[in-house]
Each structure stands twice: as C-alpha cells, then as structure tokens.
Design a protein around this ligand. Structure first.
Ligand code: ADP
Ligand code: 5GP
Length: 221
C-alpha cells in the first residue's frame, strides 16, 4: 500500500527531527514534506533541505492563492505551512508522505484527510525536555532564556491535544522510539506480526506505562 499520509507533532525539543531522521533510515519510501516558514534558518539549516525559507509577504500571497494544505503561526511569531503541492506530488507518485507539523496544523490536516495516521511524540519529562532544549541551544550558539521558557510552556499546552492523535510515542531511548515509529509505519502499510503488536501498544488509547509516566511528570493524565 502506498500514498499514506503520516502527521507527526511534538513539543519543540522532544527529539522529533532526530527520531524522524532515524526512522527514514530504517524504512524505505517515506518522503518528508519540506514546509515553508518565515523564520530565519538556524545553525546549518539550508533552504530546500529542512525548510523553504520565505518572506512574510510571499507566505501571505500563498495563503491568498490557496496554496497551503495547512498553515499556522507557531510560537505566536512565524508562519509555517505545508504546500498542497507536497501532498499532490506524493499522491501522484503513490508515495507515503510524512508531515512534521505543529498541533494547530495537525488538527487542520486531520479534518481534511481523516485517514491520515497521526503520531504525537512526547519527551519523557519536562526536566528532560528542558535539558534537550538547552543542549540544542548551546550547540547552535543561541542562549535565549525567553525562547526556552516559551517552548516549555508551549509543550504543556500542546500535550493537552494528545488524545486527538492515534499514536503516542515517548522519546526516551532513541532506538526504542525509532523501532516503535517504524512499527507504526509498517502497520499502516498493512504488515502483520511483531510490528503490528508493537504498533498497537503505542496507540494513545492503549495508555502504556511509559505514556502515563510521561503525562504524570507534566502534571497531566
Ligand atoms: P525537535 O525536532 O523535536 O525540536 P531535536 O531532534 O532537535 O528536537 O532534538 C532536541 C535535542 O535532543 C537534540 O540535541 C537531540 O540530539 C536530543 N535528542 C533527541 N532525541 C534524544 C533521545 N532519545 N535521547 C537523548 N537526546 C535526544
Ligand atoms: P522549528 O522552528 O523548531 O523548526 O519548528 C517549530 C514548530 O513548527 C515545530 O513544532 C514544527 O513541527 C512546526 N512546523 C514545522 N513545519 C510546519 C508546517 O508546515 N506547518 C505547521 N503547522 N507547523 C510546522
């Protein structure tokens, strides 16, 4: 089976990019949709690789022209959006497509494409999330306390939408989380056996022990 749409959301710093890169190494035929954004490139990011970096007027022209499948203002600051053409191209070629988008965008896509497979990635605890955010900021030479605080508080807000997602993955040990995401992709493609059981254990409704422990650490659940 091909042409499946996967929606991945996670609070910033949860390790989503790291996990998605790992899964794309493990599973063949998973295309990654490159979003448009009005934010500035960070660190070693390149135009056309992580994002299409664009200006606010150009982004607003694309909104008016109806060129987005979804878009949102993220962290109350910059626009981020998925071009309709990314989905159209994947469908034309029968490819599975992975969208790495925030909760606001994910809710829009779930409405438009109800059969999409949605996955929420959680950090194991707010303490670990803070540590990852700080490590990443240091590595990129940015140490803006305000940004870290805003992202931690945003994480709690986003976690409240967890039950809208079919699957929930706790990114504590990278290899384990990557195996789980691989299993979810293979199950959506119709594979049975071990991967099916592993994927089913990651359903949000299944409330695994790891999921409940992560939620409790955020004061939720
Ligand atoms: P996101 O894409 O969710 O914003 P990143 O993939 O940039 O997050 O990861 C944030 C930081 O956490 C990076 O420094 C990354 O190396 C680290 N990281 C990601 N996954 C793990 C993990 N499972 N264990 C430890 N560190 C991790
Ligand atoms: P970052 O600036 O750290 O790369 O991403 C910030 C947030 O924007 C992340 O939660 C990411 O998932 C989200 N994001 C990236 N691309 C898109 C997009 O096309 N649409 C929406 N709605 N969110 C996006």
């Amino acid at each position: 089976m091909a042409g499946i749409l996967f929606i991945i959301s996670a609070p910033s710093g949860s390790g989503k990019s790291t996990l998605v890169n790992e899964v794309r190494r493990l599973v063949q035929g998973l295309e990654f949709s490159i979003s448009y954004t009005t934010r500035q490139p960070r660190g070693s990011e390149e135009n056309g690789k992580e994002y299409w970096f664009t200006t606010k007027p150009e982004f607003e022209r694309m909104i008016s022209a109806g060129e987005f499948l979804e878009y949102a203002t993220v962290f109350g600051k910059n626009y981020y959006g998925t071009a309709m053409s990314a989905l159209d191209d994947a469908r034309t070629h029968g490819h599975d497509l992975l969208l790495d988008i925030d909760v606001q965008g994910a809710l829009q896509v779930m409405k438009k494409v109800p059969e999409a497979v949605s996955i929420f990635i959680l950090p194991p605890s707010p303490q670990i999330l803070e540590k990852r955010l700080r490590n990443r900021s240091q590595a990129e030479g940015v140490t803006d306390e305000g940004v870290i605080e805003a992202r931690l508080s945003q994480a709690r807000t986003e976690l409240k939408h967890l039950s809208d997602y079919k699957y929930a993955l706790v990114n504590d040990v990278l290899d384990q989380a990557a195996s789980e995401m691989r299993a979810i992709v293979l199950k959506a493609r119709g594979e049975n056996g071990e991967t099916f059981v592993l994927a089913a254990s990651c359903e949000t409704m299944a409330h695994s022990e790891r999921l409940d422990a992560a939620l409790a650490s955020f004061g939720l659940g």
